[in-house]
Design a protein. Structure first.
Length: 91
């Protein structure tokens, strides 16, 4: 049974990011990391075709972890993305 929105909304943004990243990494879900890169305004300059993406999951996750470190202003704004991903893919 996937967690409810209410359960996930009680978690901090940092906890949501960690949980979503761990789940996506476990699922080898490059699309999630690509989505994250598209969602971050600063990443717009590196936006391109997903099939041309040369970074692997580990480097994408590393880049996002560096960019969305705890306390980063965008961490709160990304909460809906984390919650949606966890609810959709975690069982």
């Amino acid at each position: 049974m996937p967690p409810t929105f209410e359960e996930l909304d009680k978690l901090s943004s940092h906890e949501l990011r960690q949980r979503a990243f761990k789940l996506a990494e476990h699922r080898h879900d490059l699309k999630f990391f690509w989505r994250m890169m598209k969602e971050i305004p600063a990443a717009e300059s590196v936006e391109g075709e997903p099939d041309k993406l040369t970074e692997d999951i580990a480097s994408s996750r590393s880049w996002l972890n560096d960019y969305l470190h705890p306390g980063h202003p965008l961490e709160e704004a990304m909460r809906p993305v984390y919650i949606d991903y966890i609810q959709t893919h975690e069982s």
